[in-house]
Design a binder for this molecule. Structure first.
Ligand code: NAD
Ligand code: MG
Length: 394
């Protein structure tokens, strides 16, 4: 079997580290072409020592210089590059078969699009790519015959619960609804009156998953589920009415597909991202992920309806999707600015939703047809959001 050559975008993050763990279990199957990170050059140096990629990429030149010196001292011949063009290069190089898109936020869009343009197999964690540029990205994937495999756990579960190959139409497969499960995060039962007082540490302490800070805050507000509704819309060609969010605090069922005949097909497993990552890396084969078998004895699986008062961000995301055009990109930009502001102590937890709502209410005229138009809207929304946060500053 020829080995799959992999570029791992965002190798130092939570998904990146889980991906390396799975890859290391299968040296006969996978080779690492490139590892990339934002600025954590020491962690990237350690990963280069362990995994020997051909290339390592950082955002800035001074970090790249530090990494170059460190690798030279270790006697490694990994080539170090820097900048967004370098990310696009390693995502599209002809030697690469598979690109794992695990950068967080809007920063992941350009390299992931480059992978699509180059017709790669893309393992998508970076949901913000689909939220910002769903139409453009899906068109690019189709046009260049790229292959898209979701590793967001819910979308991977839905993928596994749909017939393969999925023809791109739910009705044609006899599907009534997609049931997107959500844990409800750390504040599911906190008295509403206490929500304005919650700290970034509390918001990042997810009850079931260990993740990066941005997605942890998104899980607390349930904006993460909102972004995932938009992600499901694009991945499975599902209308907002065909997607129902179900709170399932134990995170054992990772999502379900409800068929016309009354069958509901679900994917279950321990909450460990190595399962969806291994599924997508090996697809269509099943490979070992290192995840413990699921022990069902003594467990209770429960379900609740989400509450719009507790989780206003979920409704904001549904509204942005219903409105369409550039509104999901605006939602994403406003959310990124608000979450960063909350993590830095600039605004309170409850102001995340109010600031996003204010940014969504501004005027945006453009259609989301080109990457340039999207970047312009993203920039405009970030400016509105920053001004809004300044006014709110605590
Ligand atoms: P993280 O913060 O742990 O890691 C992010 C990675 O992206 C790091 O390697 C970082 O160096 C890199 N990065 C950050 N900003 C960058 C920039 N401007 N340019 C280049 N690289 C940059 O995040 P994570 O939790 O691993 O999440 C990554 C993506 O996967 C997100 O889109 C998230 O929504 C999605 N996701 C994560 C999980 C999870 O369990 N962590 C689950 C499902 C989906
Ligand atoms: Mg998810």
């Amino acid at each position: 079997m020829r080995k799959q050559s992999i570029t791992l975008l965002g190798s130092t993050g939570s998904i990146g580290v889980s991906t390396l763990d799975v890859v290391a279990r299968h040296p006969d199957r996978f080779d690492l072409f490139a590892l990339t990170a934002h600025s954590q050059w020491q962690k990237l140096a350690e990963q280069c020592r362990q995994y020997r990629p051909k290339y390592a990429v950082l955002r800035k030149n001074d970090h790249a210089e530090q990494l170059r010196n460190a690798l030279q001292a270790m006697g490694l011949d990994t080539e170090v590059l820097s900048g967004i063009e370098a990310l696009e290069l390693v995502a599209s190089a002809s030697d690469v078969d598979t690109v794992v898109a695990a950068i967080v936020g809007a920063a992941g869009l350009r390299p992931t699009l480059a992978a699509a343009r180059a017709g790669k197999r893309i393992l998508l964690a970076n949901k913000e790519t689909l939220v910002m540029a769903g139409k453009l990205f899906m068109q690019t994937v189709a046009e260049h015959k790229a292959e898209l495999l979701p590793i967001d756990s819910e979308h991977n579960a839905i993928f596994q619960s749909l017939p393969q190959p999925y023809p791109g139409n739910l009705q044609q497969c006899g599907v009534r609804r997609i049931l997107l499960t959500a844990s409800g995060g750390p504040f599911r039962t906190l008295p509403l009156i206490d929500l304005p007082k919650v700290t970034p540490e509390q918001a990042c302490a997810h009850p079931n998953w260990v993740m990066g800070k941005k997605i942890s805050v998104d899980s607390a507000t349930m904006m993460n589920k909102g972004l995932e509704v938009i992600e499901a819309h694009w991945l499975f060609n599902a209308s907002p009415a065909q997607i129902e969010v179900v709170i399932h605090p134990q995170s054992v069922i990772h999502s379900m597909v409800d068929y016309l005949d009354g069958s509901v097909i679900a994917q279950l497993g321990n909450p460990d991202m190595r399962t969806p990552i291994a599924h997508a890396l090996g697809f269509p084969d099943r490979i070992n992920s290192g995840v413990d078998p699921l022990d069902l004895f003594g467990r209770q699986l429960t379900f609740e309806q989400p509450d719009n008062i507790r989780f206003p961000c979920l409704k904001l995301a549904f509204d942005a999707l219903l409105h369409g055009e550039v509104m999901p990109a605006v939602l994403n930009a406003a959310n990124e600015v608000a979450v960063a502001g909350f993590l830095q102590g600039q605004i309170r937890y409850d102001q995340i939703a109010t600031s996003i709502e204010e940014v969504l209410a501004q005027d945006y005229h453009r259609e989301a047809e080109s990457l340039d138009a999207l970047h312009e809207v993203d920039h405009q929304a970030r400016q509105y959001a920053s001004a809004c946060l300044k006014r709110m500053s605590i």
